[in-house]
Design a protein. Structure first.
Length: 132
């Protein structure tokens, strides 16, 4: 009998991300969404399927999205490349339901070209440890 892969497998997640980075394939990286993102599609009568760990939303217009499901965290996840294939309105809908770990908004603003962290004081040498 084949070994069942657990839903929570940090080692496999690390291997998956490592492969995407080493292969220079950022589109493979997963984006997490609150599972509530699917309410719109359920209420509109779109086709929803699932297994124990994966699902699909199928639109009457023909687009579809396959995703992983983490029930106990209330999230689904899909590759960035697959989400980018959706129509614009659907990408906006999914973007409104993104779930992320803590990220530094100032750094993101810098990368969006909306200003830099130049007003935060002097640049200093750092040992790589968090400030207390």
């Amino acid at each position: 009998m084949a070994e069942t892969t657990p839903v929570h497998s940090p080692e496999l997640v690390l291997r998956f991300v490592e492969r995407a980075l080493v292969d220079k394939n950022p589109g493979a990286l997963p984006i997490c969404f609150d599972i509530a993102v699917l309410e719109k599609y359920r209420e509109a009568g779109y086709t929803l399927f699932r297994t124990k760990s994966a699902g699909r939303v199928q639109a009457p217009e023909g687009w579809r999205l396959d995703f992983g499901i983490v029930d106990d965290a209330g999230v689904i996840h899909a590759s960035a490349a697959d989400v980018c294939k959706l129509p614009r309105a659907e990408r906006q809908h999914f973007a409104a339901h993104v779930r992320t770990p803590p990220l530094n908004a100032r750094f993101l603003k810098l990368h969006m070209g909306l200003g830099a962290c130049v007003d935060e004081g002097d640049v200093e040498h750092w040992d790589g440890r968090p400030r207390s």
